[in-house]
Design a protein. Structure first.
Length: 406
């Protein structure tokens, strides 16, 4: 592989097909407001070692923060984040950059939070984000604990020391969810909206972040390094934003949004939807390979075993998706949500969405907790609880998950 391969240029040319950020006009227009609300302020970023969290940090550091604290369970990720931030010449890294490898739901986090004074800006990116993480009731329990129940504990803690701005990331899969991950994020949205009278809190539904950690395109880069075949569904279309754009979405929503608002990128179905297989083909061509389509995983693995430093073709296996929870397309809002499409150039805002009361939320949390405690609970039982709470939750169950494929 070319040592100077420019991933940012590739994403701009082939994935987002935008030469400049979708949010450039908004960033320019609101620059003075952003500076007045960010400069000399103190920030806390939870889950900051991931792609979106680290991109949010870089967006913040275009301004002049007084200090920034970063929390993540990924110790290696935090190490690389610091190296990355301190190796760039386009960021204003404050002297007080402190990273903590810890879980935001652990008692030590609460100690640190309360001892550190009041944070002006708090953003939470700690979440399960993969549909593949809902294999059975154990993995679903971990997902709901992280995305919803532990998030409630964080909200309760923030009320003791309320920041000026609090942001919690959501997903486009929360709109008419077909998988437990999306349903858990819709629950999270309802939860933060229930707290929106007590905290200045916003969220954003995302498109796929191109080449984000753990994503299928990121996996393509890993497969190249390991001389392994590419594998991708043919029939799954997704919206994409660049990593830089993902941080900018969060920045604009966090700093400029009004409490209870849900932001989403303005993307066009006809112009901006891409298949993973087309990205795979463009990547291989950009790297100088011819695409060699295989009829099965076995054939693809056999062809990959023959790869050498002089190979001019690369094996791929493209297939029709047949796993649980996979939606063939994505959407950012539903027909019963009230929208503002005028306030921002690159962002739409959901002003009102059907929500549940705190009492109803506590009832479903209680039902979920009882289910998690029962030895008789299975995946279907948890899906039924979620479906009773979310009438538009149309879970797609095919009895096969993404971990069962290459």
């Amino acid at each position: 592989m070319n040592k100077l391969f420019d991933l940012e240029r590739f994403i701009s040319k082939y994935v987002t097909q935008r030469e400049e950020s979708l949010f450039k006009n908004d960033l320019d227009r609101f620059d003075d407001v952003l500076r007045s609300r960010i400069d000399s302020k103190k920030a806390l970023v939870i889950g900051g070692a991931g792609t979106i969290g680290s991109s949010f940090i870089k967006a913040l550091l275009k301004f002049n923060l007084k200090s920034i604290y970063v929390v993540d369970t990924n110790e290696n990720g935090l190490t690389e984040l610091v190296r990355d931030l301190r190796s760039r010449n386009d960021l204003n890294v404050p002297d007080e950059l402190i990273t903590y490898p810890m879980n935001f739901s652990d008692p030590v986090f609460e100690k640190m939070f309360l001892a550190s004074g009041t944070f002006d800006i708090v953003a939470n990116f700690a979440a399960h984000k993969h549909v593949r993480s809902e294999k059975d009731h154990y993995s679903i329990e971990a997902m709901i604990q992280n995305n919803v129940l532990k998030a409630k504990g964080l909200l309760d803690l923030l009320i003791e020391r309320p920041p000026s701005h609090f942001f919690c990331v959501s997903t486009d899969k929360a709109a008419n969810p077909v998988n437990v991950m999306g349903a858990s994020k819709k629950l999270m949205e309802d939860l933060i909206l229930a707290y929106s009278d007590n905290l200045n809190i916003t969220t954003a539904r995302f498109a796929n972040v191109a080449f984000s950690n753990g994503s299928l395109p990121f996996g393509f880069m890993e497969r190249i390094a390991k001389r392994q075949p590419f594998s991708s569904p043919l029939n799954i279309k997704r919206y994409f934003v660049s990593p830089e754009e993902s941080g900018q979405i969060c920045l604009l929503a966090c700093i400029l949004g009004e409490s209870g608002q849900i932001f989403f990128p303005k993307l066009d179905y006809e112009k901006h939807m891409k298949t993973f297989s087309s990205i795979a083909e463009d990547l291989l061509k950009e790297l100088g390979f011819e695409v060699y389509r295989c009829a099965s995983e076995a054939e693809a693995k056999l062809e990959a075993s023959k790869l050498s430093s002089t190979s001019d073709h690369y094996p791929v296996y493209f297939f029709e998706s047949n796993t649980s929870g996979e939606k063939s397309f994505e959407e950012f809002y539903t027909e019963d949500e009230k929208l503002d499409m005028d306030s921002f150039s690159g962002l739409g805002v959901i002003l009102e969405t059907p929500t549940k009361s705190k009492k109803e939320l506590m009832e479903i949390f209680h039902k979920l907790d009882n289910a998690f405690q029962s030895k008789l609970t299975d995946k279907a039982a948890i899906v039924d609880i979620l479906r009773a709470y979310l009438p538009n939750f149309d879970h797609i169950e095919k009895g096969r998950n993404l971990d069962q494929g290459m």
